[in-house]
Ligand binder design. Structure first.
Ligand SMILES: NC(=O)c1ccc[n+]([C@@H]2O[C@H](COP(=O)([O-])OP(=O)(O)OC[C@H]3O[C@@H](n4cnc5c(N)ncnc54)[C@H](OP(=O)(O)O)[C@@H]3O)[C@@H](O)[C@H]2O)c1
Length: 250
C-alpha cells in the first residue's frame, strides 16, 4: 500500500487531497494545528487516517510525526500544503503576520521536505510536492510576504527538482489560482476563474501522478499570470496598479 503525508489536511485543498488519496486506497497521514477541525472533517473516516496535531513551523515536532507515520511502511509521497494568507491586505506590511507567514509557508515546506528525505533517500525513491501559488510569479500589492514566500517555494522546489532526480526523488511544485476554501472565503475582491476545492484536488493529483516539475492552474488564468511575469517590470507596474487589480485598496 502506498503512503502519503499531507500537511494541512483538515480543510480546503489539503482535505480534498487527503480524501482523494484515502478513497484511492492509500495510507494517509495528515497534520494540522486544530484537532477539532480534523474531527469534524473526517467524522466517518477518523480511524482510517493518521492525524498529528502539529504546527509545521515546529521543526522537531513535524519531523517526529512524519517519522512516526513512516516507521512501518515508509513514505511514497509528501505534500507540503499547509499555508496561511493575510486576514487583512495592507499597503504598510503587517510585519508580525509576515514573519509568521515565512515560518509557516516557507520554513514549513523545508521542514516537511527535510523529514521526508530522511526516509526517502535511504529507500531510494519518493516524491516531494509543495503547494505554492500563482501569487509567487509576480510581487502582488497588499500581500508582499505571501507573494515572497510562494516565490521562494517555487524556486526552492525548482532547484530540488534538479538536485534530487539522481536519488530517484521527484519534486513537484503546484501553483493554484483561486480555489474556494476557508483561506479565500474572507476575500472581498474578485477572484477570477475561481474553482471548487474538489476539482483543484483532482487536477493536483493528476499532476503529481505525472511527476510534473511545475503545475499551474487553471490553465487560462495561470497562463496570463505567467505571461505577465516575463514582461518588463514597468509594464507590470502599469497593469497591476490599475484600480481593478489593486486588491489592497478594498
Ligand atoms: N485557496 C486558494 O485560492 C489558494 C491559491 C493558491 C495557493 N493556495 C495554497 O494552498 C495551500 C492550502 O490552502 P487552502 O486554501 O486549502 O487553505 P485552508 O483551507 O485555510 O487550509 C489550510 C490547512 O493548513 C492547516 N494549517 C494552517 N497553518 C498551519 C500550521 N502552521 N501548521 C500546520 N497546519 C497548518 C490548516 O489547519 P489548522 O488551522 O488546524 O492548522 C488547514 O488544514 C496553502 O499553502 C495556500 O497558500 C491556496
Amino acid at each position: 500500500m502506498k503512503s502519503v503525508f499531507i500537511t494541512g489536511g483538515t480543510t480546503g485543498i489539503g482535505f480534498e487531497l487527503a480524501k482523494l488519496y484515502l478513497y484511492q486506497g492509500w495510507r494517509v497521514g495528515i497534520c494540522a494545528r486544530d484537532r477539532q477541525k480534523f474531527l469534524s472533517a473526517f467524522s466517518s473516516d477518523q480511524n482510517k487516517i493518521s492525524f498529528y496535531e502539529v504546527d509545521v513551523s515546529n521543526r522537531e515536532q513535524l519531523k517526529a510525526s512524519i517519522a512516526e507515520f513512516s516507521k512501518t511502511e515508509g513514505l511514497d509521497l509528501l505534500i507540503a500544503n499547509a499555508g496561511i494568507g493575510y486576514k487583512n491586505k495592507s499597503k504598510v506590511p503587517d510585519f508580525e503576520s509576515s514573519y509568521h507567514m515565512v515560518h509557516v509557508n516557507l520554513l514549513g515546506v523545508m521542514y516537511s521536505f527535510e523529514a521526508a528525505l530522511d526516509i526517502m533517500i535511504p529507500r531510494g525513491r519518493g516524491q516531494l510536492v509543495a503547494v505554492s501559488s500563482i501569487a509567487g510569479y509576480n510581487g502582488l500589492p497588499g500581500v508582499s510576504a505571501y507573494s515572497a514566500t510562494k516565490a521562494a517555494v517555487l524556486k526552492y522546489c525548482e532547484s530540488l527538482h534538479l538536485d534530487l532526480g539522481q536519488f530517484n526523488i521527484a519534486v513537484t511544485t503546484i501553483c493554484p489560482g483561486f480555489v474556494e476554501t476557508p483561506l479565500t472565503s474572507t476575500n472581498r475582491h474578485s477572484m477570477p476563474f475561481i474553482i471548487k476545492a474538489p476539482r483543484a484536488a483532482q487536477l493536483i493529483a493528476k499532476a503529481i501522478e505525472k511527476k510534473k516539475m511545475i503545475y499551474a492552474f487553471p490553465f487560462f488564468f495561470s497562463s496570463i499570470v505567467r505571461f505577465i511575469s516575463i514582461l518588463p517590470r514597468t509594464w507590470y507596474k502599469f497593469i497591476i496598479t490599475r484600480k481593478s487589480f489593486d486588491y489592497s485598496k478594498r
